[in-house]
Design a protein around this ligand. Structure first.
Ligand SMILES: *Cc1c(COP(=O)(O)O)cnc(C)c1O
Length: 457
């Protein structure tokens, strides 16, 4: 008989996690004002809040930690990291930063001015924040298909070349660069095809513009290219990654995702002028150029993490687990953004809690119900996260209302996935009895989801 699929690693160290009773969770949820960010981690059984900085490092990474060189300047750990990045991306210049948003802050301080227009595919919220806070515009040119959660296409994160062409025709004088997010986090961890990166390159060249890859999940993107795009099945992940980066001019990276470290990031580019420009902002914001906000030991662990996570087996194990969870939801008929992406499942809460009015935040209600059911913590990516319209101060109900369940890298087993799916099924089975949601008691003006206080109706 055919052998079943199994993980490409075995476990050398374990971290106990604790179950709780529904009664305890009711109390904790109330104390946290029905905001899952306000829970203490020990009140959570299975944590699907984010895949950022939550991965498990390998034995090789922990061994590398011991080799960290903490010299202020010229640390050998920096050079190990730089050489690894040179090899994987082909980019010569590297600036470490303490995480992804810091890379954006340093690079954009050099490139983005008031009145700039930065087109791309669904800019991540910190990326958008760093553009808009400079009085510039983040122009979303994602394909329309990304909005239809039930449509199955292989590269749902793509840039729409027509929208991009139009953006450049109209705004090229104010465009400092184009940014492509791989994978497209906001659209549900959806990949961007090599063909699409080529189309973006061609449009950029036509207008003499440069391209930045927001690369937090570039390795997962390369995995999808290998398994879904014609002509790539026989290429290695490293070959595919190199080809992806060859179509760009630089990158910002949150190493907390595909670098499989708990903290870290970097900028890399092939252009000396970008490096020279960004350098001036690295020193005051992050630190000296050979550490930029990272410890020597973390740079060592990141160098190993990047090398390991651009190997097929590691990525296959990861994506397989996310697909395993998605398969269970299919079995139970629970609607989510299809096809499942690389790092998370986005449950379509509007289609589950149809009796809960928009004004009472269905996705947040579903997140609360799932936590009360089994101690599983997800994250609302919906109407609360969307904040209010800056002009009218009305809630923005125009987008999708999703419950995101992130899968941490190399942390949970498939049995944990079974628990998540079963808990969600139990909530799903009594969806018609859930008729009321939550109301906001207190909120901050920006990024309210982190600190919002809610009341159950
Ligand atoms: C996480 C993320 C960032 C920001 O990185 P941090 O390390 O959280 O600061 C930027 N872009 C994308 C696509 C991300 O997923």
């Amino acid at each position: 008989m055919e052998l079943p699929f199994a993980e490409s690693w075995r476990i050398k160290m374990v971290e106990p996690i604790k179950k709780s009773t529904r009664e305890e969770r009711e109390k904790w949820m109330k104390e946290a004002d029905y905001n899952l960010f306000q829970l203490r981690s020990e009140q959570v059984y299975i944590d699907c809040l984010t895949d950022s900085g939550t991965g498990a490092m390998s034995d090789r990474q922990w061994a590398a930690v011991m080799m960290g060189d903490e010299s202020y300047a010229g640390s050998s750990s920096f050079f190990h990291l730089k050489e690894t990045i040179n090899k994987i991306t082909g980019f010569e210049y590297v600036i470490p930063t303490h995480q992804g948003r810091a890379a954006e802050n340093v690079l954009f301080s050099h490139l983005v001015k008031a009145g700039s227009v930065v087109p791309g595919n669904s800019h991540f919220d910190t990326t958008k924040g760093h553009i808009e806070s400079r009085k510039a515009t983040a122009l979303d040119c994602t394909i329309d298909e990304a909005k239809d959660t039930q449509l199955e296409i292989p590269f749902k994160g793509n840039v729409d070349p027509k929208k991009l062409e139009k953006a450049l025709a109209e705004h090229h004088e104010n465009v400092p660069f184009i940014i492509v997010t791989i994978t497209n986090n906001t659209a549900g961890g959806q990949p961007v095809s090599m063909q699409n990166l080529r189309e973006v390159r061609a449009i950029a060249d036509k207008y003499g513009k440069r391209v930045v890859l927001d690369s937090a999940r570039f390795a997962e993107n390369a995995y999808f290219i290998k398994t879904r795009e014609e002509g790539y099945a026989d290429k290695t992940i490293k070959e595919i990654a190199l080809e992806m980066f060859s179509l760009a001019d630089g990158m910002t990276m949150s190493a907390k995702k595909d670098g499989i470290v708990n903290m870290g990031g970097f900028i890399a580019t092939r252009h000396e002028d970008w490096y020279e420009g960004a350098k001036r902002f690295c020193i005051p914001f992050e630190g000296y150029l050979t550490y930029g906000g990272m410890n020597g030991r973390d740079m060592e662990a990141l160098a190993v993490g990047l090398d390991e996570n651009t190997e097929f087996d590691n990525l296959e194990t990861r994506i397989h687990q996310v697909e395993f969870l998605a398969g269970l939801l299919d079995e139970y008929g629970i609607p989510y953004q299809r096809p499942v992406g690389g790092h998370a499942i986005f449950v379509d809460a509007d289609k589950v809690l149809t009796k809960v009015p928009k004004e009472e935040f269905p996705a947040q209600t579903l997140a609360i119900e799932l936590y009360l059911e089994a101690g599983v913590r997800g994250c609302e990516i919906g109407y609360i996260l969307a904040d209010r319209d800056p002009v009218t101060r009305e809630n923005r109900f125009g987008g999708l209302d999703l419950l995101r369940l992130c899968v941490a890298r190399r942390v949970y087993t498939d049995n944990h996935m079974r628990v998540i799916a079963a808990a969600l099924k139990n909530v799903f089975d009594r969806r018609n009895e859930i008729t009321r949601g939550v109301e906001i008691v207190w909120e901050s003006e920006l990024m309210r989801h982190f600190t919002v206080k809610l009341r159950k109706l």
